[in-house]
Design a protein around this ligand. Structure first.
Ligand code: SAM
Length: 336
């Protein structure tokens, strides 16, 4: 879809894993990646800013893999053992958190610049992710140990992108970043929260879902709370991001929906690519009204994750009817 616009630069404003920004960079776009999560900043530096040769990183990764495991802060809070019947639910087995406790301080000790550190931290996070015992996020851990948690984690060189694009990585609230960014196309994939009224908002926040990645990056031994040993700074009962806010404005509109309107209004890019999930706070009608007022809809598409295919819709507003079913994913391309 983005190919239709002739755009050469992309603002990935809610970058998360930076997967989408990486795909744009591989296609030759200049990418500005932004997300207030420090782990996203780390991924952005790793994939978009690295210029070190793979061989050099391979040696550092080999060195980290060879360190002797040790007990430490992470093991005490996040390591568990199947042989201990009293062990609370934990995201990793101790043989892996002991490796983490050895590797994490060594990454700082190597004294690399931010991009070099980010490549190694990304490698560490990917290795931990491959042996975890969670259902995909860190708000709760599995009762029975996952099969993969028995494996010994091994760091590998991340799939680095071979490019010399002048990419940028920001780590800010999108509304702070907007005035600084010059890009032909803005890609918005905001958190849509949940339309499940019973779900406590702090549980559906990205910062709460991936709190351990924040701690791995910062290595700041934070105060923690609750059964999942979450960072204390993910505790607030209200949402930290307007896009995850569950309350309404005085005029009765959801704050999160109002924020999407502001976002499209304030962005300086000529083209906006917006992703939308029907399980979120904004209803299809609300979003359709925002999009209709903001500019010209060039295309709409539905993405089917199970089959990994995208179908472009013939009629740009056909999606409103389609969105009744839960968890449908749509993409809109808008010209302002
Ligand atoms: C749906 S995810 C994006 C996923 C991303 N497209 C990917 O492929 O990984 C939403 C992201 O928005 C970020 N986010 C939440 N509030 C934000 C804000 N106010 N400004 C910018 N990003 C925000 C979250 O940290 C999260 O990474």
């Amino acid at each position: 879809m983005a190919g239709r616009t002739g755009a050469q630069s992309v603002f990935d404003a809610f970058a998360g894993t930076t997967r989408v920004g990486q795909a744009f960079a591989k296609l030759g776009f200049r990418v500005v990646s932004n997300d207030p999560a420090v782990s996203s900043r780390t991924f952005g530096h790793c994939y978009l800013k690295n210029r070190r040769p793979r061989k050099y990183i391979e040696e550092l990764v080999g060195h980290l893999n060879s360190l002797s495991p040790t007990d430490g802060w992470f093991t005490e809070r996040y390591g568990g053992s199947p042989s201990d019947p009293k062990c609370p639910k934990r995201p990793w087995q101790v043989h892996n958190t002991r490796k983490l406790d050895a590797i994490r301080p060594e990454i700082d000790r190597l004294g690399l610049d931010e991009t070099g550190r980010s490549v190694l931290l990304t490698s560490l996070i990917l290795a931990l992710d491959a042996v975890d015992s969670t259902i995909g996020h860190q708000a709760a851990y599995l009762k029975n140990w996952s099969a993969r948690s028995y494996r010994t984690m091994e760091l590998r060189v991340p799939e680095l992108i071979d490019n010399d694009g002048e990419h940028e990585v920001l780590c800010e609230d999108v509304f702070e970043a907007l005035p600084k960014v010059r890009a032909d196309l803005a890609y918005f994939d905001p958190p849509y929260g949940s339309n499940n009224e019973k779900m406590p908002p702090s549980r559906v926040r990205y910062a709460a879902y991936y709190h351990i990645w924040t701690t791995v990056v910062l290595n700041d031994s934070p105060e923690i709370f609750g059964k999942a040993n979450r960072r204390i700074d993910t505790r607030d009962h209200c949402s930290a991001s307007v896009f995850e806010d569950f309350r309404r404005t005085p005029s009765g509109e959801f704050i999160a929906v109002d924020a999407i309107r502001r976002l499209i209004d304030e962005v300086g890019s000529r083209y906006v690519l917006l992703s939308y999930s029907s399980g979120g706070r904004a209803t299809a009608e609300q979003l359709n009204a925002i999009l209709g007022n903001a500019g010209k809809m060039i295309a709409t598409a539905e993405f089917d994750y199970r089959r990994n295919v995208m179908s472009v819709m013939r009629w740009t507003n056909a999606w409103v009817r389609e969105s009744d079913a839960p968890n449908r994913e749509f993409l809109f391309l808008l010209e302002k």
